[in-house]
Design a protein around this ligand. Structure first.
Ligand code: ATP
Ligand code: MG
Length: 193
């Protein structure tokens, strides 16, 4: 099995994430993509609670047979370091070939990650292009080892979605419909952060 792990804080998950996961699955011939919700990302503090972010991932992945929500990081205490997640994934799927997928922007500070070299032994590290992020600025060590996937640019971010909700503007066509309803129903992101 060729297994993709798509890590993110998903605060909230949006259509840019689904496009990135779908393109990665097609181009890399992945059998499935696990959306791994970061419980406590070491580099930022999410707005919505981990379980709420995960429930939105459950809703967003429901309509695609290749996509699965994953509790790999949620069910473990402590900060979510990618290298620990990959080791856990290896134990859970010992036969699988692993692909770790993120946007190009995530690799800009990859040198500050825990055990960066080990990542490349555990999985094929994949960077999808993201509007506004230039891969040329990446540390050469990582640039040589990361697989870059050029995907259609969809300029949406969770930050932009949260801002729009706080301003009372529409988020339709930026997030899946079910996620839009969830945000409204639970009153998420109304306060400016
Ligand atoms: P925030 O604005 O809160 O940082 P985000 O939109 O960057 O949210 P994350 O949960 O941080 O979402 O993203 C998870 C992964 O998806 C990251 O690796 C990120 O680079 C990638 N990603 C997010 N949005 C896009 C997009 N529009 N196109 C390509 N990749 C994306
Ligand atoms: Mg981000």
């Amino acid at each position: 099995m060729r297994l993709g792990l798509f890590g993110g804080s998903f605060d909230p998950v949006h259509l840019g994430h689904l496009l990135a996961a779908s393109e990665s699955a097609d181009r890399l011939g992945l059998d499935r993509v696990e959306f791994v919700t970061a419980a406590r990302p070491p580099h930022k503090r999410p707005v919505a609670a981990p379980e709420a972010r995960h429930e939105m991932v459950v809703l967003a992945t429901a309509r695609d047979g290749r996509f699965f929500p994953s509790r790999l990081e949620l069910d473990h205490p402590g900060p979510s370091f990618t290298v620990d997640t990959l080791r856990r994934a290896r134990r859970r799927w010992p036969e699988a070939e692993l692909f770790f997928i993120t946007g190009a922007d995530a690799y800009r500070d990859v040198a500050t990650w825990k055990e960066p070299e080990a990542l490349f032994e555990l999985a094929t590290m994949v960077a999808v292009t993201r509007p506004g992020y230039d891969l040329a600025r990446l540390d050469p060590f990582f640039r040589e080892r990361v697989v870059v996937l050029e995907i259609p640019g969809y300029e949406v971010s969770s930050t932009e979605v949260r801002r729009r909700v706080a301003e009372g503007r529409s988020i339709r066509y930026l997030v899946p419909f079910e996620v839009e309803v969830y945000i409204e129903k639970h009153g998420l992101y109304r306060a400016r952060s």
